[in-house]
Design a protein around this ligand. Structure first.
Ligand code: ZN
Ligand code: ZN
Ligand code: ZN
Ligand code: ZN
Length: 244
């Protein structure tokens, strides 16, 4: 029987949906899995056609949406971590909240997300490529910041040795003020063009390795952290200003 008016039609389809909710959701889920791109495209089109309805829906279901996004992220995270070995590759930590994915040689891949949900999605999409491993946050951050984990003292000694060699090559003291406490010294890009190397993950202990590998290029020098930071902010060191 044809429906008399719009309201009635709406009511009918709402009831139909509620009655067959599970089947419809299951059907949509299958279609989404079979053809994710087409589904994405469809969703985008619908959002453009009915922006207000989508906004309303999002606002009304804010918590539900956030919970489902969190759930999705965690599911991906568990999947990725279990694929890469389930425990910290350095100390064996197995409590999953402490674990993270680490890029083995530390160099960021151009155009790749570096962490979080988008990295997990990318790893799943690329079918778990080599070059990644599981580390606990302690081992991971210690490696990232200092270049070694206290669990592996031989690496620590190796890095200290390399740093000493590089500092010595470039004069072992701040080129601006003469500061010579090696804890205060940093490698500086003379022309201030370090951003590109930084973007590629070449900084800190990795910059040290990079310099040795490239046979001590001329474009670096040693500055203390005061002079280095001041140069970075103002173009010239504050010493210049106060020297007059
Ligand atoms: Zn660990
Ligand atoms: Zn460790
Ligand atoms: Zn200085
Ligand atoms: Zn200075």
């Amino acid at each position: 029987m044809p429906h008399k008016d719009k309201e009635e039609r709406k009511e009918y389809s709402r009831n139909y949906f509620l009655k067959h909710k599970e089947q419809i959701n299951e059907y949509n889920r299958k279609r989404r899995e079979e053809n994710p791109d087409k589904f994405k495209e469809y969703g985008k089109k619908q959002r453009e056609l009915h922006p207000d309805a989508f906004k309303q829906y999002r606002e009304k279901n804010k918590e539900k949406i956030q919970a489902s996004q969190k759930n999705y992220r965690e599911k991906n995270r568990d999947l990725v971590i279990s694929k890469y070995g389930k425990i910290c590759g350095c100390c064996g930590e197995h409590i999953k909240e402490f674990l993270a994915i680490d890029h083995i040689d530390g160099v960021k891949i151009e155009g790749w997300p570096t962490h979080g949900g988008s990295l997990y999605r990318k790893l799943i999409k690329e079918n778990y490529p080599e070059g990644f491993r599981v580390l606990c946050h302690n081992c991971n951050l210690s490696l990232g910041i200092y270049g070694y984990c206290p669990h592996k003292t031989e690496i620590r000694n190796e890095i200290d040795k390399k740093r000493t060699i590089v500092l010595k090559y470039y004069g072992n003291k701040c080129e601006c003020c003469g500061e010579s406490n090696i804890e205060f010294l940093a490698v500086d890009h003379k022309k201030g063009d370090g951003a590109d190397e930084k973007r590629r993950g070449i900084e800190g202990h990795r910059l040290i390795g990079h310099i040795i590998k490239n046979n001590f290029p001329n474009k670096y020098r040693i500055l203390c952290h005061n002079c280095n930071t001041s140069c970075g902010v103002n173009g010239v060191c504050a010493h210049e200003k106060w020297r007059v």
